[in-house]
Ligand binder design. Structure first.
Ligand code: DGJ
Length: 711
């Protein structure tokens, strides 16, 4: 039996408490040694309880700094008297079980200094997901300084470690890169503050002993629920042991903790799979829908957005025409993007008006209320764009409240997209941001959707509010953002809100509990989106990944662009009136088809069949929970004349069941040339022999959607 860490230093007479945290298939076993140190004795496949009793040793769960530990610590504290050491010993623990969840709290204390650390572990039994975080508190008379404060430290002991990370940039998010870890520390981190995932996203796979595939190998999938600076440190030591430390990035963030104040770290979420990355993704998706994403199991709305179609150049009349276009398409909602506000500094480009959240009287003389009414008259819903954390220097807000802005004294202002970040840490600014949303909603209760944007990261960051506590800035900013979102959610618990940060600059489970979906990238070229959406699919369920049909990548057929959007949460951002009659017919049928099949895409299990990184095509499928419906997406990329494509074995079906395979979403008048179209096969055949999805010569950038239904 493989295990991730099962060290056995049985020491005679030990009556140490043992804490077993289990899911359906995984166990984490913690033991206390004679010195009252809390050790990780095991993490891996679930075993008989009696096996755990044999595991008496391990490595320290929450390594401290300043005493005998010479490796990267989970926590480092400098006491009020200047002593830079911490010694944490087990005191007590308790475990509470409730409906499919187990929550263990372990209390550790320093025997000399009045410092207490509570380690929290929550397991989601059916989803096979574990979550942990810590709470740090002290009773010293003066503040202590925290310089490191991990959410989790996990130990591994394998022959090899393979790390998969997801890096990117604007318009090229979530590139998948895998490497073998060698001795030393490899870190994946962000120091960007807002728009924190601009270059790196806080998700990773760690494969043990060998590379994992979609269906084989031992792998951990981990992510941090934190919408701010994060850091994962992977340290391979001299004996090939690996420590993975996950948490907020301590960079420039020494935290001065007052007596009695509780410092809570964000949650580190992970799952263990002995069947490769596909299984791990499905665990995370299920957990996300059930527990982490706002209304994760509820339907989403299809929409027409106007950003790529008009940018900030529109009039009231033009918008109402667009409502008609939305109606023709048959989507649920029209989403008005950037450019609707600002009077002294009208928002006609990205240099003006940010922060002045009043309708632009020349563009929208009848106001937002009129637009909502006109949309409702057409039986479509109305949504609106906001970027409430930011300000342009050319704005009334900037003139009125220069003290509300993050900027360094004695230095020139430094802009990103011509804008600055508001000092959310200031409660008055929190009120302003809350009121921006609340006033809009109170005046226009018909607003049914918000897109919350955030178009710059932090530079030259200095909070006028924090005064001499500038090292709290990065952490307190994110906490302030959550406070605002809590207020918004208390008043508007189910209003769908899309999380956006100039593309995928904010995609994490700390934020997603307040948001229903996110905008993965400003790059909506369908070929590019295949890679981007593939990347996100490892950690995020399809109903959170917004994907719009646009005119970017015009050389691609509308069918290809539509099929790519359909594998996520589909919407449009295109001039519908420029469609040919066939294109309009195809698109309005596609919206209907999507509404029919989206429950399988949104709530089903994802199986990635062929990676675009491996072949000149990409294939994935979703299967519903009863395994009687599946939707398969088949995309050919820059295929060449002599590319050889083998038949594709499906996954996630019931071998004994019979399924009819039909190609759907064809252009009007086009008949399927798929050899298996409208044929019936057993699940066993489909998963063993597979389907030929590339009959004859295929056109580059072409695609098919197959619906597979049990008879
Ligand atoms: C960046 C977003 O990613 C776009 O979709 C759009 O909303 C623009 N901002 C508007 O400024």
């Amino acid at each position: 039996m493989m295990c991730l860490l099962a060290l056995s230093f049985a020491s005679a007479g030990q009556t140490a408490p043992q804490i077993v945290i289990e899911t359906k298939r995984t166990a984490l076993v913690l033991t206390v040694n004679n010195g009252k140190k809390l050790l990780q004795s095991y993490l891996g496949k679930k075993q008989e309880r009696s096996s755990y009793e044999l595991m008496k040793g391990g490595r320290e769960v929450y390594l401290t700094a300043g005493m005998d530990n010479q490796f990267e610590p989970a926590i480092r504290m400098v006491h009020a008297d200047g002593n830079p050491s911490l010694d944490l010993r087990y005191v007590t623990h308790n475990t509470v079980d409730s409906a499919g969840m187990q929550h263990s709290t372990i209390v550790l204390k320093d025997p000399v200094y009045p410092v207490e650390v509570k380690l929290h572990y929550r397991s989601y039994y059916n989803e096979d997901v574990l979550k942990c975080w810590s709470e740090i508190v002290h009773q010293e008379k003066k503040p202590v300084m925290l310089t490191q404060y991990a959410s989790a430290l996990l130990h591994f002991n394998a022959t090899e470690y393979w790390l998969t990370q997801f890096h990117g940039d604007w318009a090229r998010e979530m590139n998948v890169v895998e490497e073998k870890l060698n001795n030393g520390i490899k870190s994946i981190e962000s120091k960007l503050g807002t728009r924190t995932n601009f270059y790196q996203t806080q998700v990773f796979f760690l494969s043990l002993n060998d590379r994992s595939t979609e269906t084989t190998g031992e792998v951990i999938a981990g992510t941090l629920a934190w919408t701010g600076n994060f850091k994962f440190a992977f340290e391979v030591d001299q004996r090939n042991g690996l420590r993975v430390i996950s948490g907020m990035n301590p960079f420039a963030s020494e935290y001065f903790l007052k007596q009695g104040e509780v410092f809570t770290t964000p949650e580190f979420i992970y799952t263990y799979s002995s069947e490769g990355k596909g299984f791990a993704s499905r665990n995370i998706h299920r957990w996300a829908r059930n527990f982490a994403v706002l209304d994760g199991n509820q339907p989403r709305m299809t929409l027409l957005n106007n950003w790529e179609a008009t940018h900030t150049d529109f009039t009231e009349k033009r918008l109402v025409e667009l409502f008609d276009e939305a109606k023709k398409l048959g989507v649920d909602l029209f989403l008005l993007d950037d450019g609707w506000f600002g009077n002294k500094y009208p928002r006609n480009d990205d240099k003006n008006g940010l922060g002045d959240w009043q309708e632009d009287k020349s563009k929208l003389p009848s106001g937002i209320g009129y637009l909502v009414k006109e949309a409702v008259n057409r039986e479509i819903k109305f949504g609106i764009w906001l970027e409430p954390e930011m300000v342009n220097p050319k704005s009334e807000l900037y003139n009125l409240h220069p003290e509300w802005i993050l900027k360094l004294p004695n230095r020139e202002e430094n802009y990103g997209r011509n804008q600055l970040v508001l000092d959310l840490i200031n409660p008055v600014v929190q009120d302003f941001v809350f009121r921006t949303v609340d006033d809009l909603m109170m005046k226009n209760p018909g607003i049914a959707f918000i897109k919350w944007d955030c178009n710059r990261s932090m530079t030259n960051a200095f909070s006028p509010f924090l005064k001499d506590k500038q090292t709290h800035l990065y952490i307190d900013y994110t906490k302030a953002l959550y406070k605002i979102m809590e207020r918004i959610r208390t008043k508007y618990p189910h209003l769908p809100i899309m999380l956006c940060a100039g593309g995928g600059g904010r995609t994490d489970y700390g934020a997603l509990k307040y948001f229903t979906e996110f905008w993965p990238s400003d790059n909506t070229d369908a070929l590019e989106r295949i890679y981007i959406q593939w990347g996100y699919s490892y950690f995020f369920p399809a109903n959170t990944i917004s994907a719009h049909v646009t005119s970017m990548g015009k050389q691609q057929s509308l069918k290809f662009r539509t099929d790519v959007a359909m594998m996520g949460k589909m919407g449009y951002d295109i001039r519908v009136n420029n469609f040919t009659a066939d294109e309009l017919l195809f698109s309005s049928e596609a919206v209907k088809t999507y509404k029919r099949i989206s429950p399988v895409i949104w709530l089903g299990d994802l199986y990635r069949l062929i990676s675009p990184y491996d072949e000149n095509r990409m294939l994935l499928m979703y299967t519903n929970q009863n395994k009687d419906k599946a939707i398969l997406f088949n995309y050919h990329l820059h295929t060449r004349r002599k590319d050889f494509f083998r038949p594709v074995q499906l996954q996630g079906l019931v071998p004994e069941k019979k399924y009819r395979v039909r190609e759907i979403n064809l252009m009007p008048g086009v008949k399927s040339v798929m050899p298996d179209h409208d044929k019936v096969y057993t699940g066993e055949y489909l998963m063993t022999t597979g389907l030929n999805l590339t009959p004859g010569r295929v056109n580059p950038l072409s695609s098919n959607i197959m619906e597979i239904i049990a008879e």
